[in-house]
Design a protein around this ligand. Structure first.
Ligand code: SF4
Length: 360
């Protein structure tokens, strides 16, 4: 069975006109807004993104406001969305747009791709949705729809299969209304051509779907075996002095780059949290600490890591009584803790510990 592309486009676009969800960024196709939301949506679900998007636009209503904002403020507004490299890249990209493009978001997909954090998907989304360019895009939803419609029984994460999806999407995207078409394809994947039980009976393109004709849409897409999840155990310490908590800024690169944390370290095989914390505070901060008690155990899942974080309250054995910063660590007041950006598990530990403090 061959897929009739003209029919496919027509049916999909007609369906989208009546079934599209009303989303804040769809009401106003301003390129800056599309740019922000597409980066937010890269690894985060729509319902999580909406309040972040709204807060973001209030704080940084345009690209110039974002470019001149301090990075700490940008990270604070991103707090809880995860994958913080996206926020740092957005900030850098805004500065490049102001410096090299007179503050205007570029409309060309290739120029967009030269900006930090913008890959083929995001450049395709901005170029097609904000500027009406017939550029394809492929995200997880689109890959699933295409694998079923064209009956592609190969691992969707393999690079050559990804290229195949782009070629197919390129041939499908129309010159007229490319942005609506791309959004329709993603919307179909979110609402109808869903992962486990596709709703083929209500699908607008069912007459063009090869997987449905063969009779096994749920067997697609093919995904290679999941990458093994690595388990990581950590110990972190809550050390208070004069009503303040010792917090440390993480290096700019790597996981949670540039955010604040409670000092601590990953536990080696067989190592106890107490022992690791004493070593960490001594070696990294030149502080001698004793363990008061374990206050919390938090589990947190990152894409391929399962973290188990043991939080301990500590007491200082040093005589030093100043509140001077120690390298990249500082003593933060309760008010400052609210201003600084922490990854989600640290926020949970701090929230529980301030509650504990208040109820003592
Ligand atoms: S017919 Fe079923 S499998 Fe095919 S695109 Fe529609 S929902 Fe997906």
């Amino acid at each position: 069975m061959n897929v009739n592309r003209a029919k496919f486009r027509q049916k999909l676009l007609r369906w989208f006109q009546t079934h599209r969800r009303r989303l804040p960024w769809r009401e106003n196709g301003n390129p800056y807004r599309i740019f922000i939301v597409e980066v937010m949506l890269q690894q985060t679900q729509i319902k999580t993104v909406i309040p972040y998007y709204e807060r973001w636009l209030k704080a940084f209503p345009n690209v110039r406001a974002l470019a001149r904002a301090p990075l700490d403020r940008v990270l604070k507004l991103w707090e809880g969305l995860g994958y913080y490299t996206r926020a740092r890249n957005l900030h850098k990209a805004a500065q490049i747009i102001v410096r090299d493009h007179r503050g205007k978001i570029p409309s060309d997909a290739e120029v967009l791709r030269s900006l930090p954090g913008i890959g083929p998907y995001t450049s395709g989304a901005i170029a097609s949705i904000a500027f009406g360019k017939p550029v394809p895009l492929v995200d997880g939803n689109v890959a699933r729809v295409l694998s079923r419609v064209f009956y592609i029984r190969k691992d969707i994460l393999a690079p050559d299969v990804q290229r195949q999806f782009y070629r197919l999407a390129e041939r499908l995207v129309p010159n007229k209304n490319p942005g609506a078409f791309n959004q329709a394809l993603m919307e179909l994947g979110s609402l109808v051509c869903i992962p486990d039980m596709p709703r083929c009976h209500v699908c607008p393109v069912k007459s063009e779907c090869r997987a449905l004709a063969v009779g096994n849409p749920s067997s697609l897409p093919v995904k290679s075996k999941n990458v093994r999840v690595q388990k990581i155990r950590m110990a972190v310490g809550l050390l208070r002095k004069k009503g303040r908590v010792l917090v440390r800024r993480r290096p700019d690169h790597g996981i949670w780059g540039g955010l604040f944390e409670l000092p601590g370290r990953v536990l080696l095989n067989g190592q106890s949290g107490e022992e690791a914390l004493k070593q960490e505070f001594k070696e990294a901060l030149d502080l001698r600490v004793g363990i008061q008690k374990k206050v919390q155990v938090i589990e947190h899942r990152l894409s391929h890591r399962q973290m188990v974080i043991h939080a301990f309250s500590l007491k200082s054995s040093s005589r030093r009584n100043t509140l001077r910063p120690i390298g990249n660590a500082r003593w933060a007041s309760e008010a400052e803790l609210k201003q600084l950006s922490f990854p989600v598990p640290y926020q949970k530990i701090l929230n529980a510990s301030s509650h504990y403090e208040r109820t003592q």
